[in-house]
Design a protein around this ligand. Structure first.
Ligand code: NAD
Length: 260
């Protein structure tokens, strides 16, 4: 379905971003990976995608909290592939603390990575997409873009911001073949989640299984984590013709969290 198209997925060296990248590549898209990590491990991931799916894959280690690096990465993808058709704004970080103890530098970093990058990337890719009159912008928000939890003020503010921004861009592009939507995952067992699980194990002196279950039972009626593969399949659907009138939507995949 995506043969001949190019996708850039921010934060795709791990977790959800990697799942989405592999799903898009499985549909034939050439992909640009981005994110941090061990250089050898990333090269393994990159070359596995190229050989598993017979596509071209490149890796660009831009820090998306710096707009210049982010825009530079987008221009490089456009230069190397001639076009950028699918942008997945996925990279994100978390910090958990009460507002009064929230370090201002963590607030600034979180807003830069989780929210401002979505603006800078969208602003940079849209002119090309509109010129070719086809594009998909998929923002990986969160259930925390729809509802809140305590001690996650920066994350909740950023993700609500992403949801609002998504709607605005969808309206601006409504008469074109460019769509912009947000996916709102519940808990997904990735390194981002793992850090919160480890903090709970440490604080409450419980086992890994108990900590996982305690997170799930707080929020998730299904008592199951969402998987990166399921989110990848949803991203692929949003790229399909069938999804061309899904615009400005916030699609929850959260085990029932926001149905409560
Ligand atoms: P993860 O920690 O596994 O992956 C995050 C990715 O972002 C990594 O590739 C990392 O290197 C990259 N990254 C971080 N800061 C970056 C920066 N400044 N520049 C470039 N890359 C950077 O996390 P994940 O759980 O896969 O999260 C992906 C997205 O999904 C995030 O936006 C997160 O908020 C969202 N999300 C996660 C969950 C969950 O339960 N894991 C739930 C809802 C939403």
């Amino acid at each position: 379905m995506l043969k001949g198209k190019t996708a850039l997925i921010t934060g795709s060296t791990s977790g959800i971003g990697l799942g989405v990248t592999r799903a898009l590549a499985a549909e034939g898209a050439n992909v640009a990976l981005n994110g941090f990590g061990d250089a050898k491990e990333i090269e393994k991931l990159r070359s596995a995608i190229a050989s598993d799916f017979d596509v071209t894959s490149i890796y660009i280690p831009a820090d998306i909290s710096h707009p210049q690096q982010l825009v530079g990465m987008i221009r490089r993808v456009e230069d190397e592939f001639g076009q950028l058709d699918v942008l997945v704004n996925n990279a994100g970080i978390q910090h958990v603390a009460p507002v009064t103890e929230f370090p201002p530098e963590r607030w600034e970093a979180l807003i830069a990575v989780n929210l401002s990058s979505v603006f800078y990337a969208t602003r940079a890719v849209l002119p090309g997409m509109l010129k070719r009159n086809w594009g998909r912008i998929i923002n990986i928000a969160s259930t925390h873009g729809l509802v809140a939890s305590p001690e996650k003020s920066a994350y909740v503010a950023a993700k609500h911001g992403v949801v609002g921004f998504t709607k605005s861009v969808a309206l601006e592009t409504a008469k074109t073949c460019v769509t912009c939507n947000a996916i709102c995952p519940g808990f997904v067992l990735t390194p981002l989640m793992q850090k919160q699980i480890e903090a709970r194990i440490e604080k409450e002196k419980i086992s890994v299984d108990q900590a996982r279950l305690s997170f799930l039972s707080e929020k998730t009626p299904s008592l199951e984590f969402v998987t990166p593969e399921q989110l990848g399949a949803l991203a692929v659907f949003l790229c399909s013709d069938a999804a061309s009138q899904i615009r400005g939507a916030t699609i929850a995949m959260d085990g029932g969290w926001t149905a409560q």
